[in-house]
Design a binder for this molecule. Structure first.
Ligand code: GLN
Length: 484
């Protein structure tokens, strides 16, 4: 059952070939057996899941079938889940139980999905390797000496190891696509505003976006339809109609013109380049036209991102003060002492670094030199994408500059770590949708292909991804650790 896709499981459940309780127990048992090697979950919500599954089974027996009735799901531990712990990978929220559900959680619950657990992540979603989590590193199922990418590393690793058929993630600068690439699964980050951010613990509000991990493009499409849409609780969510992404992506593939940014290939690792060029060839033989384009300013993306994201995070994280919720230090002398001690004890090193950088960049005298400059670069990057999309339907490139790296390899070199996001951050700065899907291997480690679309062109992205998965079989490869 764990090798089945969401689309297949949907049929099994609807045709009563398996019950939701049986399916839930199957995945819970797998997590208990395999996850001690991976650490991809922060909490397992077994009791809650069985109760939900029973409820869904009863509904199915009465003929009420919700669109995703009884399918198990893992939620990234950044999404508030009513009555269940939501830690955001931090000591600060180690014991936090949310009084409400995030809209993404509410929507997937309403669709009939069963939350089996909350996945491990970099603390407050800051990281590219899942080494900043207070709950320990997540391991890559293809080789446990390697990182799974971050910050949604637990969500990616659990799908890759077949511990769960699908999971949620968030992407501020690449946190869905980069771990999807490093673990060999599909991950989609929709257009900014496509999905509500309500109840998703904020890192950098103008960049954060929720998305999905699955093993196929078709499954990404199924789930995306259910999480998208306007939400009165998030004023930045879009009122644009939500298409049936599954239907759209499965429609007969029509020829597309695809742009390849020359800057993405400049100095690229040889194997990554070869594997990427091979996927271009495959698509060229199967109805796609390619065109070289230039995204000159994309190289400035990481620098601009590393000013904008910390600036916003320094403001967002000021709510963790030891007063309202989260960790509160003992034996404090006065209110300042309480703030200082609670934050010193509750936040890890990377989070503190980002808060310090952000506060500095926003301070009087430096604001124009850093924050304003970064926002100007952001605009230039957006304009370049807009120009490119006048000529091409989609943009294609590698998701990450290399395959997974060893645990510990970049922990003491933040700049090297930040550069893992060199191909992903620009799309967040421009608010564009993008997806990563498996395109091959470097040695034994997976590599991801990134498809970038114009605003609200998720259906086009998914259509190309689905087409690619019909003519290749990279998405069917699985790590040994996943068993049969
Ligand atoms: N790796 C990037 C960072 O460290 C992006 C994180 C994210 O997308 N949440 O900020």
């Amino acid at each position: 059952m764990h090798n089945k896709t969401v689309s297949e499981l949907k049929k099994y459940l609807e045709e009563k070939k398996i019950s939701s309780v049986e399916l839930t127990k199957h995945f819970v048992d797998r997590i208990k057996a395999i996850d001690p090697h991976l650490n991809s979950f922060i909490s397992l919500t077994e009791e809650y899941a069985i109760t939900q599954a029973k409820k869904i089974d009863l509904e199915i027996s009465k003929g009420k079938i919700r669109p995703l009735a009884g399918i198990p799901l893992a939620q990234k531990d950044i999404f508030c889940t009513k009555g269940l712990k939501t830690t955001c990978g931090s000591k600060m929220l180690e014991n936090f139980i949310s009084p409400y559900n995030a809209t993404v959680v509410e929507k997937l619950n309403d669709a009939g999905m069963v939350i089996i657990g909350k996945t491990n992540m970099d603390e407050f979603a800051m990281g590219s390797s899942n080494e900043t989590s207070y709950f320990g590193d997540v391991k890559n199922p293809w080789d446990i000496e390697y990182v799974p990418g971050g910050s949604s590393g637990g969500s990616a690793a659990s799908v890759a190891a077949r511990l769960i058929p699908c999971s949620t993630g968030t992407d501020t600068g690449g946190s869905i696509r980069q771990p999807a690439s490093l673990t060999g699964v599909c991950g989609i980050k929709p257009t900014y505003g496509r999905v509500s951010r309500y109840g998703m613990i904020a890192f950098a509000s103008s960049l954060d976006q929720a998305g999905i991990f699955t093993r196929t493009a078709e499954d990404c499409a199924i789930l995306l339809t259910h999480i998208s849409g306007y939400d009165p609780k998030d004023s930045t969510s879009s009122r644009k109609d939500v298409p049936d992404y599954e239907k759209e992506c499965k429609q007969k593939f029509t020829s597309m013109t695809i742009g390849i940014p020359i800057e993405f290939l400049d100095g690229l690792d040889n194997t990554v380049k070869e594997v990427f060029e091979e996927s271009i060839k495959v698509l060229e033989k199967n109805g796609c036209k390619f065109k070289k384009i230039s995204l000159k300013s994309s190289k400035l993306g990481v620098s601009a991102y590393q000013v904008v994201a910390p600036a916003e995070c320094s403001s967002n994280l000021s709510r963790f003060d030891g007063v309202r919720f989260g960790h509160r230090a003992d034996n404090t002398k006065n209110i300042d002492d309480l703030y200082k001690k609670s934050r010193s004890e509750g936040f890890g090193q990377e989070v503190k670094r980002r808060i310090l950088i952000g506060t500095y960049a926003l301070s009087a005298g430096y604001y124009d030199a850093y924050y304003l400059k970064a926002q100007k670069i952001r605009k230039v990057i957006s304009n370049e994408f807009a120009e490119a999309f006048k000529e091409v339907d989609l943009i294609l490139g590698p998701t990450a500059p290399d395959c997974a790296f060893k645990i510990g390899e970049k922990s003491n070199d933040p700049i090297a770590m930040y550069l893992s996001d060199v191909f992903t951050v620009s799309t967040n700065l421009a608010g564009l949708p993008a997806m990563s899907l498996p395109m091959g291997f470097k040695n034994h480690l997976p590599l991801g292909l990134q498809i970038i679309g114009n605003h609200f062109d998720e259906a086009k992205i998914l259509s190309l991804a689905h087409h690619y998965q019909k003519i290749t079989d990279w998405h069917t490869k699985k790590p040994k650790l996943s068993g049969d």
